[in-house]
Design a protein. Structure first.
Length: 508
């Protein structure tokens, strides 16, 4: 549901493709974005699996959140395995295996996980289900490691960040359509009177997904996606795309990445950011069922809207990937959110859902557009503004009732949409030769998606906070992000790094 290297070009390692690969190969980039779609499809579909297994297996809310926990912890375990094996073989895995081959291997691993859903559904085994999701996540971890640097070098270096936002937009198209299609597959044969699905019906969408993983692996193997990336050097001065940037080289050189305050605090920021993004959505079905008595089969459009909210923000941020004049760019910054919103409405209308209740959400999008304009491309300011807006939305959700509270919780997705690239840019700014090391540490923190979801699920117990006030966990997460935004700005200025002096747009 996010791109793992959305960072400005002046803090990216210098990379280039094999000499025989065209740098602007749009068909290869299109092929690459397919895996971004799958990452989002499965991540958001988990939010439909959670209430189904909770109902049928009589799980407590915290137990149902093990679905998110298993999936996201797999990213961290995958990153640790990758590092261990690389040291064992005396070199980076992808440098030896190849980047394209790495994605193919990751797809095969994910296929094994998807096929595990068949015995899980047949035997109603919760352990097999979360085991399957864990294996899918392991495959995704390898795919992520290979795909993000490929997206950076498949075109002009000046638009590398925007291409990652564009790929992230494809990812969020997957998160938007995933809950709708999985819900149709699970509940399609269920009568409107019962709205109860058989666990066995869960196996079908994941068997199809496994087949698609294999198909895409074959497509990748014979595609023009580059297999090798030449790392020119990590020790050259890291320069901005513009001559006016104050960052010509790391202002402070330290022993290792963890010695940099921006990274150490940034690791916590990534942990809580991914955590609140995932937990807000994964606890939404329980909230709607408990407070609004919404049948599980009718919750999918609301989960879809949450993930579409991230798509709305990221499609907007990807405008810079296109070579447009200033006037057109400003116009698209306003139109793109509503184009993405229209995609959400169209998908759900085609699924024969009543979309008229969602029209009011167009007003909430205005708040996101205003916040984006106020940020002026500064990642610290973007992080602070979005965190304050998200805290406001969560407080409204906790203190109101009915669909007003539902839309308030859903709008958190809008304010999360650009936080990954903002945190990433701040966390690795000025790391110099430690940039790749710092990037690896940040990827390990994705496990927050599972841990925070589990924590909120535990606090949602009726004898503790209850499902509605369990969203105070999200408030605490965004409070830390607001603190990080203020703190890291001072830390970076002390190191000679001032984002206000950079061209607007570069920070996205």
């Amino acid at each position: 549901m996010f791109s793992f290297s959305n960072k400005p070009d002046y803090i990216k390692p210098k990379l280039k493709m094999e000499q025989n690969k065209p740098k602007g190969n749009s068909s290869a980039f299109f092929t690459l974005t397919i895996v971004f779609f799958f990452w989002g499809f499965v991540a958001a579909s988990n939010d439909i699996l959670i209430p189904v297994f909770k109902e049928k297996l009589h799980l407590q809310q915290w137990q149902s959140q093990m679905i998110s926990f298993a999936f996201y912890v797999a990213y961290t375990v995958g990153a640790i395995i990758y590092s261990f094996v690389s040291k064992l073989i005396g070199g980076d895995i992808l440098n030896k295996l190849g980047y394209k081959n790495g994605i193919v291997l990751g797809l095969i691993i994910s296929t094994i996980g998807a096929l595990m859903f068949y015995p899980a559904a047949q035997t109603a085994s919760f352990a097999l289900l979360i085991g399957g999701l864990f294996v899918i996540g392991l495959g995704y971890s390898l795919q992520q490691t290979a795909a993000n640097p490929l997206a950076i070098i498949m075109g002009s270096p000046k638009t590398g960040s925007q291409r990652l936002n564009l790929a992230g937009g494809v990812n969020n198209f997957g998160t938007t359509i995933g809950p709708v299609l999985v819900s149709l597959a699970i509940f399609g044969s269920v009568t409107a009177k019962t709205h109860i699905a058989s666990i066995e019906s869960v196996k079908y969408p994941y068997l199809v997904l496994g087949a698609l993983f294999i198909l895409v692996a074959i497509i990748f193997k014979f595609s023009s996606v580059p297999n090798k990336i030449e790392h020119i050097t990590d020790e050259e001065p890291i320069s901005s795309p513009t001559d006016t940037s104050p960052i010509k080289a790391p202002a402070v050189v330290r022993k290792n990445a963890l010695k940099y305050t921006q990274l150490a605090l940034g690791m916590i920021a990534i942990f809580v950011y991914v955590g609140v993004e995932v937990s807000t959505a994964s606890n939404l079905p329980a909230y709607m069922k408990d407070k609004l008595h919404t049948p599980t089969s009718d919750i999918a459009p609301f989960v879809s809207l949450y993930w579409a909210s991230l798509m709305i923000g990221r499609w907007t941020a990807s405008v810079g990937a296109f070579n447009l004049s200033g006037g057109w760019r400003k116009l698209l910054n306003i139109l793109m959110p509503y184009i993405a919103f229209g995609v959400f409405l169209a998908i759900n209308a085609l699924a024969q859902r009543d979309v008229t209740p969602f029209y009011v959400y167009a007003l909430v999008i205005i708040v996101m557009i205003a916040g984006d304009m106020l940020s002026k491309g500064n990642p610290a300011r973007q992080l602070l503004i979005s965190s304050v807006l998200a805290i406001t939305a969560l407080m409204i959700g906790m203190l109101t009732h009915g669909y007003l509270s539902v839309y308030a919780f859903i709008s958190v997705g809008l304010f999360c949409s650009t936080l990954w690239p903002s945190i990433y840019a701040l966390a690795i700014a000025g790391l110099g030769i430690h940039t790749n090391e710092g990037s690896g540490y940040l990827i390990m923190m994705i496990m927050g998606g599972g841990v925070i979801s589990l924590l909120q699920g535990y606090l949602a117990s009726p004898n503790l906070l209850g499902i509605q006030f369990s969203y105070i966990v999200g408030v605490a997460c965004f409070a830390y992000l607001a603190f990080y935004a203020v703190k890291v700005k001072r830390v970076l200025i002390n190191q000679g790094i001032d984002f206000d002096a950079l061209e607007t747009g570069a920070a996205h």
